[in-house]
Design a binder for this molecule. Structure first.
Ligand code: ZN
Length: 188
C-alpha cells in the first residue's frame, strides 16, 4: 500500500480523541496496511492511526523488532480491561524523532479489541514486556494522550524535547497516576 507521513508532536490531530470504527471496511483494512508499511519503514514497534492523520481507533504493533518472522498485530476499537503493577519504561515515539524519556506504565494489561478480519480477541501482556508497554503507549494515542504525559521527571523530559526542537510538555496534560508513582517509589 503506502508509506504515509508520520505527524510530529505539535500537530493538533495528535491531541484529538479518535472515533470508534463501526465496520472493518476496505477503508479500514487499507489504513491498517498503511500503518504497517509506515511502521516498518521507520523500524517502529507500534503506530496509531492519529499519527498518520486519521483519527480513528486503530493501532498496530510488532514486537519482533525487525527479526523474522515479523509478527504484525492489529488492534481496532481496543479497550484495556485490566491493568496492574507498575514499571518504569524508557520510551520513544515515531512522532517524537529521537526523543526518549522515562515514563510510568502498568506492568500487566489485558486488552480487548477487534482484528483486521473483524474478529474480536482478548490478549494479556505481562511483566512489563515490550508488548505490555506498547499496548498502553499506542492505546493512549487514540485518546490524544502522548507518552510524555506519563513522564517521571518533567524537567528532564523538557530538556530532551528541547534538544530535538520539539515543543515543551503541557503541564495541564500530565496524567495523574499516584498509584503508579507510589508503587514505583516502593520498588526503589
Ligand atoms: Zn507513539
Amino acid at each position: 500500500m503506502a508509506i504515509r507521513k508520520v505527524l510530529h508532536y505539535g500537530e493538533p490531530s495528535l491531541r484529538e480523541v479518535s472515533k470508534e470504527v463501526h465496520k472493518v471496511s476496505k477503508k479500514i483494512t487499507d489504513l491498517v496496511r498503511d500503518l504497517l508499511d509506515t511502521m516498518y519503514s521507520q523500524n517502529g514497534v507500534g503506530l496509531a492511526a492519529p499519527q498518520i492523520g486519521e483519527n480513528v481507533r486503530v493501532f498496530v504493533i510488532d514486537v519482533s523488532t525487525g527479526n523474522e518472522p515479523l509478527n504484525p498485530m492489529v488492534f481496532i476499537n481496543p479497550k484495556i480491561i485490566k491493568k496492574s503493577g507498575a514499571i518504569k519504561s524508557n520510551e520513544g515515539c515515531l512522532s517524537f524523532p529521537e526523543a526518549y524519556t522515562d515514563v510510568r506504565r502498568y506492568k500487566n494489561v489485558m486488552v480487548k479489541a477487534t482484528n483486521e478480519h473483524g474478529k474480536p480477541f482478548v490478549l494479556e501482556a505481562k511483566d512489563g514486556s515490550l508488548l505490555a508497554r506498547a499496548i498502553q503507549h499506542e492505546n493512549d494515542h487514540l485518546d490524544g494522550i502522548l507518552f510524555i504525559d506519563h513522564c517521571i521527571n518533567r524537567f528532564e523530559t523538557d530538556a530532551v524535547l528541547e534538544k530535538y526542537n520539539l515543543p515543551h510538555i503541557d503541564p495541564d496534560l500530565l496524567v495523574e497516576e499516584k498509584n503508579l508513582e507510589e508503587e514505583l517509589a516502593g520498588n526503589d
